[in-house]
Design a protein around this ligand. Structure first.
Ligand code: PLP
Length: 474
């Protein structure tokens, strides 16, 4: 690619070309070994005579910045001229972000892998149906070569929307057609879109406390006021919901991070509350395809007769977070606005992965993958529950949970501070997990830990928990 040289005015053109190329070499913008644009081409691009560019190249060569290989061209040299290469000095910008961004941190939990990896939110990448995916992506590429030369519909590819409608019908009993589905780049973008559609700056949204952190930051960044509401063994405490709430964001199938399932009574109470308060409910059903116990409870969406529930699903746990695909099942009254919000947010998700995923679901490979992964996660869940009750029960009490990819454990006696100490000791034991206190919103974080089993094989779980035990004891 041609390096950008900007010539303002027509004075000392040779010197200007020389100085700008030298600066580009010094800052590393042009790297050692890189081919300089042929003098004829650069001269044409800059509307100067070729001799101007040749003179600049000659001077750079004389000073050792470039070398000329007859017949091949001019290359940035590897030599001592680069010893002095300076870091590119950009004058610091006077622009500042809104203060809200100071309070938000980029996720770092994914930076530190460990042999005994109990982090949540990570499915086992080795279970991903790579072979089928390669085949289907190749097929999607062939289709893309012939069609799809223009932007597609913001709701997502029709084939994927019908595949999702079919899938949620079977797996969650949700009655939906392709028209009810909007494909998004994961849950996070779905929530961004829904917040824009439903809430104005200053409006109040209720979220679970403890709860999933990224949506909180998202709402906050949009000027929406986030109100934490406690969670007990039956899920969100509906009686604790304050007035003047426009929307409630909940994880009823498998509360994140406590892992409890919202009881049917609570589900009904929440729907009744929403009706009384004219509020919307956003149901985040991120990992309930994996379940190891009784029949799952019906989603809020299927209990809702008033179109107050917006259901959000994700392929981040069933497949991989890097696939970045999720979806919304929208009530008819919101459908168009959600499509418009998807349009202004990202126009649409990449069609290549959408088409491949549609084929994965329609071919039955996706369901086969989930059945297989479910067996494997069931073994891990069992290994974790058994090992925890053998080696950790005097320190931790597991919160009963038979869904998804993590369980929470409450400290029997340890304080939040003591759990922090256990957490720092764990790093030395090649062990990683989450602290429950990290998910608190209000002033009273609970002492405990959260253990994911997506990223750790069953056979490593007992040793991991023995190490955790030693972190408590030492
Ligand atoms: C509560 C909850 N919702 C949703 C997700 C998935 O988010 P996304 O679809 O944006 O990857 C996660 C992932 O950890 C989660 O914990």
């Amino acid at each position: 690619m041609a390096i950008h040289v900007s010539l303002v005015g027509r004075k000392d053109l040779k010197g200007e070309v020389y100085r700008q190329l030298r600066a580009a070499i010094r800052t590393g913008q042009l790297r050692p070994g890189e081919h300089l644009t042929p003098s004829r081409e650069l001269a044409q691009a800059l509307a100067v005579s070729r001799s101007t560019v040749v003179a600049a190249y000659d001077r750079l060569a004389a000073e050792g910045f470039v070398t000329t290989q007859p017949g091949a061209g001019t290359f940035v040299s590897e030599g001592p001229a680069h010893a002095k290469r300076e870091a590119r000095r950009r004058s610091d910008s006077v622009l500042r972000s809104r203060p809200v961004w100071n309070a938000i941190e980029l996720p770092t939990a994914f930076d530190r892998p460990a042999r005994f990896d109990f982090r949540t939110g990570i499915p086992d990448a080795s279970l991903f149906p790579h072979q089928a995916w390669r085949r289907l992506v190749a097929r999607a590429l062939r289709v893309a070569e012939k069609a799809e030369r223009v932007y597609q519909h913001p709701a997502g590819q029709f084939s994927l929307r019908s595949a999702i409608a079919h899938h949620v019908g079977i797996s969650r009993g949700i009655e939906a057609s392709a028209d009810d589905i909007i494909v998004t780049s994961g849950t996070q973008q779905a929530l961004d879109i829904l917040a824009r559609v439903l809430l104005s700056p200053g409006d109040r949204i209720a979220v679970e406390d403890p709860g999933y952190e990224p949506p909180r930051h998202l709402f906050h960044s949009l000027g929406i006021r986030v109100i934490g509401v406690p969670v007990d063994q039956h899920g969100l405490v509906v009686d604790a919901l304050p007035d003047r709430i426009r929307a409630v964001y909940v994880t009823p199938s498998h509360q994140y991070p406590l892992g409890v399932t919202m009881s049917l009574t609570r589900r009904r109470a929440l729907l009744a509350w929403a009706e009384r308060n004219d509020a919307a409910i956003i149901e985040d059903d991120y990992d309930s395809e994996f379940r190891f116990g009784d029949r799952p409870l019906d989603p809020l969406q299927t209990l809702d007769t008033r179109g107050r529930v917006i259901y959000v699903g994700s392929f981040s746990k069933t497949l991989l977070p890097t696939v970045r695909l999720g979806f919304v099942v929208a009530p008819r009254s919101l459908r168009l606005a959600i499509q418009k919000a998807a349009f202004i947010s990202h126009w649409h998700a990449p069609t290549l992965t959408q088409n491949a995923l549609a084929d994965l679901i329609e071919s039955g490979e996706f369901a086969r993958h989930i059945r297989r992964a479910n067996r494997i996660y069931r073994d891990r869940h069992e290994a974790l529950v058994n090992a925890a009750s053998r080696v950790l029960s005097d320190h931790l009490e597991l919160v009963p949970s038979t869904t998804g990819l993590h369980v929470a454990a409450l400290a029997r006696t340890a304080s939040v501070k003591q759990i922090d100490t256990v957490f720092s000791r764990a790093a030395q034991a090649d062990l990683i997990f989450h602290r429950l206190s990290a998910f608190a919103i209000g002033g009273s974080p609970r002492a405990g830990i959260v253990l994911g089993y997506g990223a750790i094989p069953a056979e490593r779980i007992p040793e991991g928990l023995r190490r955790l035990r030693r972190c408590f004891d030492s």
